[in-house]
Ligand binder design. Structure first.
Ligand code: C5P
Length: 249
């Protein structure tokens, strides 16, 4: 289905319960500022106004009281909060329980997007939604690997060059039917599999999510260098509004 106005209802989950140790900052990375706004506000604003969006659930750290105050101005769709877990997957699973309380249809599509990815393009979210509504096992944004890949050994020297043909970086958002994702995350937890994205859980069930081409500027803010890079990307995308008041949803 490519006509945006024909999209079925869908929900958004934003895991935001991590601290981001690798940033070395004194606060979680989603609260670092990009322009006049926090990373989290910019990320959420990317989804404002998309047809079919029923509500969003943010998974927050148990002691996080900042997000509800910060996001009080987002009024375009209901915002809910869930207490995140010790891992990203546990946080997504907790948020999914909140979605399931509001939406009883297991087939409803849920998009999961990292709080730390504020530069995702609106057109890429639309492409992902279009792909996911047409796919059997869900879909994820991805970009082809560009650089040559090296496998390191324990001495930090090259053990092998890894063929890069057909290899992709998995980005977010990733979109799956609500019931399938819940089952997949439960299965991964029972089998003790550590996951770094949601597609991996679906793959564990023997399913094959659709890769939808996204753009490499959809970076995940991970290291200190990524914050100025994200500012440059937003500037290049025409999304840089330093004088603007916080965006009201
Ligand atoms: O640590 P990483 O960069 O992979 O985190 C990706 C996203 O998952 C971030 O938005 C982070 O806040 C979230 N996360 C979470 N709960 C955790 C760990 C990470 O919601 N326990």
């Amino acid at each position: 289905m490519s006509n945006l106005s024909q999209w079925q209802p869908w929900w958004l989950i934003i895991p935001a319960a991590g601290f981001g140790q690798r940033m070395g900052a004194d606060q979680p990375k989603q609260y670092l500022t990009l322009d006049s706004r926090s990373v989290l506000e910019v990320t959420l604003s990317r989804f404002i106004g998309l047809p079919g969006l029923q509500g969003a659930v943010l998974a927050l750290a148990p002691d996080d009281a900042l997000a509800p105050a910060l996001l009080a101005n987002f009024k375009d769709f209901p915002l809910h909060y869930a207490v995140g877990g010790a891992t990203r997957s546990a946080s997504v699973r907790a948020a999914l329980r909140t979605v399931q309380q509001h939406c009883l249809n297991d087939q409803t599509l849920v998009l999961v997007h990292d709080a730390a990815r504020p530069c995702v393009r609106r057109a890429d979210i639309e492409a992902l939604l279009t792909g996911a509504f047409a796919a059997k096992d869900g879909a994820l944004l991805a970009t082809p690997v560009r650089d040559t890949l090296k496998q390191a050994n324990t001495y930090h020297t090259v053990q092998a060059t890894v063929p890069r043909a057909g290899v992709y970086h998995a980005l977010t958002p990733q979109a799956f039917a609500c019931g399938l994702l819940a089952h997949a995350l439960d299965f991964a937890e029972q089998t003790g599999c550590a996951l770094t994205d949601d597609s991996s859980a679906i793959e564990l069930l023997g399913k094959a999510p659709q890769l939808v081409l996204g753009h490499a500027d959809n970076i995940k803010i991970t290291h200190p260098d990524d914050l100025p890079l994200a500012r440059l990307i937003l500037q290049a995308q025409g999304q840089w509004h330093p004088a603007q008041a916080p965006l009201v949803g």
